[in-house]
Design a protein around this ligand. Structure first.
Ligand code: ATP
Ligand code: MG
Length: 195
């Protein structure tokens, strides 16, 4: 599961758990991006801090782990480089699934080397109840068979949590309790992040 995780929250965790359960995936590896190309205009928190928060959030789930692959890589983070790395690491007999939000899947056609990417991994695109499912299906069905059959849509419980909202709350000194795991909440407080 890739993301900026700035910071990681229960939306990400529930998503990963649902995907893992439905597709019998183990392990689920969280890969915080180093320098996300699509967020280059924004100020993103130090990758090391985002990595630590992700580690703290995933620690209690034996099926979850965190990879520093993208954080350690220099330059922009592209999914194709990461997926290729995992492909070589685990070998060709292991099926790779890229878990992502439905919002990202709509943009996938603009991703770097997407034709190669789809050969190395399948996609699990997660949407929330109320999301325009029809629209999503229509978008995907317009793509070639080669693409669309490797993209799986799943619904997860309604979680309107976003990192943007959490950062805004912290800036205003508001509570983020029950939006992120407690160790994440404590780390953010102790290290005065997002002030
Ligand atoms: P930001 O608000 O900064 O964009 P975010 O909350 O969307 O952050 P990202 O790190 O951008 O978090 O998201 C990583 C992946 O998790 C994306 O594919 C995104 O669609 C998905 N995602 C984010 N929040 C949720 C949520 N509440 N429920 C399901 N999926 C989510
Ligand atoms: Mg986002």
């Amino acid at each position: 599961m890739g993301g900026t995780f700035d910071p990681i929250h229960y939306g990400h965790l529930v998503t990963a758990e649902s995907a893992a359960e439905q597709f019998e995936l183990s392990p689920v590896i969280f890969v915080p991006s180093g320098r996300p190309p699509h967020k280059r205009e924004h100020l993103v928190t130090d990758p090391i801090e985002r990595l630590r928060l992700t580690e703290l959030a995933t620690l209690s789930n034996p099926r979850f782990s965190t990879s520093s692959l993208e954080v350690e890589r220099t330059g922009y983070s592209y999914a194709i480089d990461t997926v290729q790395w995992f492909h070589h690491h685990y070998g060709p007999t292991v099926d790779l699934y890229f878990i992502t939000g439905a919002d990202a899947i709509v943009e996938i056609m603009s991703w770097h080397k997407v034709e190669r990417l789809i050969q190395y991994c399948q996609f699990i695109a997660v949407y929330r109840p109320g999301y325009a499912r029809e629209q999503l299906h229509n978008t995907i069905s317009q793509w070639s068979e080669e693409f669309s059959r490797r993209i799986h849509l799943i619904e997860v419980p309604a979680l309107a949590i976003s990192s943007t909202d959490i950062r805004n709350r912290l800036k205003k000194g508001r509570s983020i309790k029950y939006l992120v795991p407690e160790p994440v909440e404590h780390y953010i407080k102790e290290h005065l992040l997002y002030r």
